[in-house]
Design a protein around this ligand. Structure first.
Ligand code: ADP
Length: 265
């Protein structure tokens, strides 16, 4: 806890006194610390691929100049480092956009079942490349909601891509839409989107922190699979904007289940 204390002398009607003010600055100090941590994280995340790029440019100018095999290999690595920076910058832009819009209610009506079907179809090549089967189960009820199509597509992409990239070869990811029905979590009618994988699962100690920016259980594994550490932070802000809830349930060794509950009323 941190306090700012100020004192002021007052003279009124012949009486002299002192007013002492205690202002609780804990919240402001915490927000300031979070901002500093975020800037430090972003700088570090950008510096890692940049350092690699600069190093390889030097090598290409020097030792690898006359060696076509080495040149091709280094150019390949440079491309993947540049792609990583590109993903990071795109995710940072998405995050700042969704944060800015968090208090603005979406107004468009959209068909959630159609959106899920189209998104799963667009991710088929990613799933096939990773050797993952994606199974789709859509409820027969009406699934029209008020929401932002692009943002909800992003929620689906982030959750399904995570399921694919952390589970891998030979596993199945189930994407299901159920409802509408009464949802205590949103105190009214709602639908549930469930993305369940049969991957490594998540130790319960990590679950409360998963939506923090740059929080990763295994940084090396996340980086290796093209992760930026921002995906679930983006999901969380979008779900908040839709007055929904994000639930995470996992059994280590068996798989993870991410559920988004969205109000339909
Ligand atoms: P990243 O870009 O690292 O995937 P996210 O914010 O999407 O960042 O996820 C944060 C972390 O949560 C990941 O680094 C990973 O450790 C863990 N995680 C997310 N989804 C899954 C999943 N389906 N199975 C196992 N771990 C997961």
């Amino acid at each position: 806890t941190s306090f700012r204390v100020t004192a002021r002398q007052v003279d009124e009607g012949g009486t002299t006194g002192v007013i002492v003010c205690f202002e609780d600055e804990t919240h402001r100090a915490q927000a300031e610390q979070m901002r500093r941590d975020f800037v430090a994280n972003v700088s570090h995340e950008l510096k890692t691929p940049l350092t690699a790029l600069i190093g390889f440019i030097d090598t290409l100018r020097g030792p690898a100049r006359e060696d076509p095999n080495a040149r091709d290999r280094f150019l390949g690595i440079m491309e993947s480092e540049a792609n990583r920076m590109n993903r990071l910058v795109s995710d940072l832009l998405s995050l700042s956009r969704v944060e800015a819009e968090e208090r603005v209610r979406p107004t468009a009506r959209l068909d959630l079942a159609a959106l899920i079907r189209a998104t799963v179809r667009s991710l088929e090549p990613v799933a096939a490349e990773a050797g993952v089967t994606v199974a789709l189960e859509l409820s027969s009820g009406t699934t029209e909601i008020v929401g932002d199509t692009d943002q909800l597509r992003q929620v689906l992409v982030n959750l399904i891509e995570n399921a694919i990239k952390y589970s891998g070869e030979g596993t199945t990811t189930r994407v299901a839409l159920t409802g509408p029905s009464y949802e205590p979590r949103v105190r009214g009618q709602g639908v549930r989107i469930r993305v369940a994988d049969s991957g490594p699962g998540i130790d319960p100690v990590h679950i409360p922190r998963l939506t923090e920016r740059f929080y990763r259980i295994d940084t090396h594994r996340s980086r290796e699979r093209g992760g930026t550490g921002l995906g679930l932070a983006i999901v969380k802000h979008i779900v908040n904007r839709h007055r929904g809830r994000l639930l995470v349930d996992s059994t280590p060794g068996e798989g993870s289940e991410f559920t988004v509950v969205l109000p339909t009323g």
